[in-house]
Design a protein around this ligand. Structure first.
Ligand code: SF4
Length: 162
């Protein structure tokens, strides 16, 4: 396993720089759109899971049980998956500080030839609003994560909880 701290710092620095220069950036508290329309099951490397698990274990037992059940029964909807960890009433992530790397990069990094995913951001890019933004390289981030081991789907990790 690897330490995620340097990668998290690099991502946080980029996010902070972009948010400073683009005060109207769409990704902000109150927007949970990406958490409600995941293209695929969340996948986590061993270190990402260790960190996420520490966040889960700090939640009240009743919340932990609810999240386990949601992960167990999650299904794909027409707009993709709603993340089973999302507090859908409040629109917040209960494990925000321990969230996976993909959740940290979404909206600030792009994959070549795969678009920007979020329609809100895509519309601003198409309109030229974000021309001066230097997007991060998502493939490079994933390349760094590979050194940590295989990324497994969230339900597989939850199964290891016993
Ligand atoms: S882990 Fe948290 S930030 Fe990531 S998709 Fe789920 S609710 Fe959203």
């Amino acid at each position: 396993m690897t330490t995620l701290a340097p990668l998290h710092r690099a991502i946080d620095d980029r996010v902070a720089r972009i948010r400073q220069s683009q005060t109207e950036w769409p990704c902000a508290k109150g927007c949970d759109r990406c958490c409600r329309s995941l293209a695929d099951l969340p996948r986590l490397t061993p270190s990402e899971w260790t960190l996420l698990k520490s966040g889960l274990e700090a939640l009240p037992p009743a919340t932990q049980s609810t999240l386990r059940e949601r992960v167990r029964t999650m299904t794909r909807g027409t707009a993709g998956y709603v993340c089973p960890l999302l507090d859908t009433d409040l629109g917040i992530c209960p494990v925000y500080a321990q969230r996976p790397v993909a959740c940290r990069t979404y909206g600030y990094y792009v994959e070549r030839d795969k678009g920007l995913y979020c329609e809100t951001i895509q519309a601003r890019v198409d309109g030229g609003d974000l021309d001066d933004v230097i997007w991060g390289n998502q493939a490079a981030v994933e390349g760094q994560l590979k050194a940590d081991g295989e990324a497994l789907p969230l339900p597989v990790w939850f199964d290891t909880l016993g």
